[in-house]
Design a protein around this ligand. Structure first.
Ligand SMILES: [Zn+2]
Length: 512
């Protein structure tokens, strides 16, 4: 393909690299922080900085903003539509987010380079958003600008969608964008959605790239204990805080089950075992057997959980987690607490559900409330109990609507997966990087996303949702959301090669 060769030549040239790196640096310099307590755009001036980012993007990518149809959703959500010549092909949708997590007061001094400097030191591009997620956004825009410059006319339409509050739940950005896209194009109207998510990693003998196919669900549960109160000089054996601690202990003593079931977590283990010949033979054989053998899966689960220092990571990948993050109770030292509460953060296993979390609460806490003669209102699921009692326990979701685990997209052999996986392999095996990273044989396999992305709003747009950024884990100085967030320029430039190939390959692919 001539265009691909032209692009590869261009991408290897210093003037292009400098332009692309400066594009990311410039975006990092605009601190588009999003906060959990933000009102809608227009009602909260903390959004105003997003207008500066738009001015910057419009100046930096003039062809994108004059050739594509630009729709601003809920003021700052960006949807860019590139009309393809063949209306029978569903669009390719590439997404990212414009916002970053805030730099806490006082933390800026701890950075090697100021968090909004966008400083390029010849190796790394530094700053908040350099990894999460301005690299994705800028890589995508750089790709489309370059394709337009080369007069590429897609057959398949391309939609770029950039949310504004992914780091705060995504409702104002992706939530509004999803509504707009569903109204405009309808349900199941996109061929494939690729959002931020997994990346690639070097192992002993191979490079393994992992689009996140599964995404865990989420619910934060409020445990509220109400008692009559009274004077502390004549207390009952347990106060409200005491009851609350009994309930919390019961939860922590009975964690959610951890299961290695057929699915993304198992596939990730199997993929590595299948191709990394440096792993022990017995381990590799066990992983292969685990596809069809429940006893082998149980054995594999124990091995994964038993690896030194890895228990919590693998337990989180294979099960629903619980973290008691907030608790309050009591107002005065001589008064019994009338209201005591805790909030528990749960990330729900891809094979489980919100309902299973609620059932687990009832199974574990109902015996405790019965033992202490407390009335239990568990998510409104139990019959009303009007008997006199020592206190009242209420369980309810809080902060945000409960989120089920995401639907799992098709993988091996499905056209959408094959286009994505083929693009990743081709990008890795033709890598232009001058350093020695990721030049090993590349393989692509699914994995589990532990947090939530903007894609939680896009489920109705396609069943082919993949979370993948083509970011090398070794290209990150310190990870996302960290002090000293920085990305290797070599790695960022590879993201542009990936997005370019993805657009070209999806365009060639026919029906998806
Ligand atoms: Zn992100």
């Amino acid at each position: 393909m001539d265009l691909l060769k032209t692009l590869e030549d261009l991408y290897s040239q210093q003037h292009f690299k400098s332009w692309a790196i400066e594009s990311l640096s410039g975006a990092v310099r605009i601190p588009t922080e999003s906060f959990d307590d933000m009102e809608k755009p227009g009602k909260d001036e903390r959004w105003d900085i997003f207008a500066d980012l738009h001015v910057y993007l419009e100046a930096r990518f003039p062809l994108v903003f004059t050739s594509l149809a630009v729709k601003k959703v809920n003021t700052y959500g960006l949807v860019l539509y590139w009309q393809g010549s063949d209306p029978s092909l569903k669009p390719l949708m590439l997404t990212g987010h414009q916002d970053v997590v805030p730099v806490p007061d006082g933390a800026a001094d701890l950075w090697k380079h100021p968090p909004y400097s966008g400083h390029y030191d010849g190796t790394y591009i530094w700053g908040r958003g350099s990894v999460d997620d301005k690299s994705t956004t800028i890589s995508t825009l750089t790709t489309v600008e370059t394709l337009l410059k080369h007069e590429f006319q897609p057959k398949r339409s391309v939609i770029l969608a950039f949310g504004i509050d992914e780091e705060s739940g995504g409702l104002q950005g992706a939530g509004a964008i999803a509504k707009y896209l569903l109204n405009t194009y309808g349900a199941d109207s996109m061929a494939i959605i690729v959002d931020e998510g997994g990346g690639y990693m070097d192992y002993n003998n191979i490079t393994l790239a992992a689009p996140m196919t599964a995404e865990k669900g989420r619910v934060d549960v409020l445990i509220e204990v109400t008692t009559l109160g009274g004077h502390s000089s004549m207390p009952p054996p347990h106060t409200g805080i005491g009851y609350l601690s009994k309930l919390i202990s019961a939860l922590e003593d009975n964690p959610f089950p951890v299961e290695l079931v057929p699915g993304a977590a198992l596939q990730a283990v199997q993929c590595l075992a299948a191709y990394d010949e440096a792993l022990p033979k017995a381990y590799r054989e066990l992983a292969a057997k685990a596809a069809t053998d429940a006893r082998a899966r149980e054995q594999m689960k124990q091995i994964l959980l038993g690896q030194p220092g890895m228990h919590d990571l693998f337990a989180a990948r294979m099960g629903t987690t619980q973290a008691v993050d907030i608790s309050q109770g009591g107002a005065k030292v001589n008064a019994l607490p009338e209201r005591s509460m805790a909030i528990v953060d749960h990330r729900i296993a891809d094979w489980s559900s919100v309902a299973a979390v609620y059932e687990h609460y009832i199974d574990v806490l109902a015996p405790v409330t019965a033992r202490f003669n407390l009335t239990l209102d568990a998510f409104g699921l139990l019959p009303n109990d009007t008997r006199p009692s020592a206190g009242y326990v209420r369980l309810a979701p809080t902060f945000h609507a409960p989120l089920e685990p995401a639907p799992i997209p098709p993988t091996f052999g499905a056209p959408a997966w094959d286009v994505l996986a083929g693009t990743i392999r081709a990008t890795l095996s033709s890598s232009q990087r001058a350093d020695s990273l990721s030049t090993k044989t590349p393989y692509v396999g699914p994995d589990v996303m532990m947090g939530n992305t903007d894609t939680q709003y896009y489920w109705n747009l396609t069943s082919n949702i993949y979370r993948y950024s083509h970011m090398g884990y070794l290209d990150l100085y310190n990870g996302a959301h960290t002090i000293n967030e920085a990305i290797k320029a070599e790695g960022f430039l590879e993201m542009i090669r990936f997005h370019s190939r993805l657009i070209l390959n999806a365009d060639e692919a026919g029906a998806l």
